[in-house]
Design a binder for this molecule. Structure first.
Ligand code: FE2
Ligand code: FE2
Length: 290
């Protein structure tokens, strides 16, 4: 095992039952008035419902082989959280389609790709791929919560959704990894899979962004494209900022909690949580009387 400290497995992972007012998403360029930044985020959102369903399935397959009771408990929370993410992204995706993005076309392609993955690849590969995807998602989530400039200029319902999604990705960031280490444990194989996963993800994110921007027919802005490039690749941009945490995955003894992250859960709670959007809170009951 890469990790001997199981303290993190005591962390209670519970889905927050959110209800975001997605009908308020009125602007096509909901992110900084920039079609490429908006399409990049729409592409991410388009891939979540089916992508995350595959993550759950790949972990669920190994559920009976897990002996650690704390981890078993966390797997339950992980499944609950991912299922809610899929649900909320489905809601926002239909609003994005109303604006003209056609995320449904991305979903159609993804459905075929996942069907191929399920029939052609081993269960070990599917689980390893999920571990890699979860690492990439978690470092993006940490970046979103750490660096307020990253999502600056994004309209509220989408931004609230992404920040909520981020906090839960951080909470469950070690679950698939711990399952893999307990039932498979082959680190070399995991590192090889990461190289495949990162290549596929780069291709997909780029391809989806262009497809969605073209679908809207509002893509022809050089200024917006260069704005996207500096947001992504410029100083303090996502590309440069994620390089180090990405590379950490290959280090000997890597574990998703090695560099902390719990403080970001507290930060979200303090700065971004909106109880009136959480069905379990009293504020939600007041805002939505029966
Ligand atoms: Fe998720
Ligand atoms: Fe996740």
């Amino acid at each position: 095992m890469a990790d001997t400290n199981f303290e993190h497995q005591k962390l209670a992972i519970k889905p927050r039952h959110m209800d975001f007012p997605f009908g308020r998403l009125k602007k096509l360029k909901f992110f900084d008035d920039n079609i490429y930044k908006s399409s990049f985020m729409a592409g991410l959102s388009a891939s979540f419902p089916l992508g995350e369903a595959e993550f759950l399935d790949s972990v669920r397959y190994f559920r009976d082989k897990i002996n650690n009771p704390d981890l078993k408990h966390q797997v339950k929370g992980f499944i609950g959280q991912e299922a809610h993410h899929s649900r909320q992204h489905r809601f926002v995706n239909s609003e994005l389609d109303r604006l003209g993005y056609r995320t449904d076309k991305i979903e159609k392609d993804l459905k075929k790709e996942i069907a191929k993955l399920v029939t052609k690849q081993t269960q070990q590969f599917r689980l390893a791929y999920t571990v890699c995807s979860e690492h990439i998602t978690a470092i993006m989530a940490e970046y979103a919560l750490n660096e307020p400039a990253f999502l600056e200029g994004m309209d509220a319902p989408m931004k609230d959704l992404l920040l909520w999604h981020s906090v839960e990705e951080i909470e469950h960031k070690s679950v698939a990894f711990d399952v893999y280490m307990e039932v498979v444990g082959d680190v070399k194989y995991l590192n090889k899979t990461m190289k495949i996963a990162i290549t596929i993800m780069h291709l997909h994110f780029t391809q989806r962004m262009f497809k969605l921007a073209f679908n809207t027919k509002h893509w022809a802005s050089f200024k917006e494209f260069t704005g996207f490039l500096s947001w992504m690749f410029g100083k303090g941009g996502m590309w440069r900022s994620l390089r180090q945490p990405y590379k950490a995955f290959y280090k000997k003894g890597f574990h998703p909690w090695n560099n902390g992250g719990l403080e970001l859960v507290e930060k979200w709670q303090r700065e971004y949580a909106q109880p009136e959007q959480n069905k379990a809170s009293a504020e939600y009951q007041i805002a939505h009387p029966a």
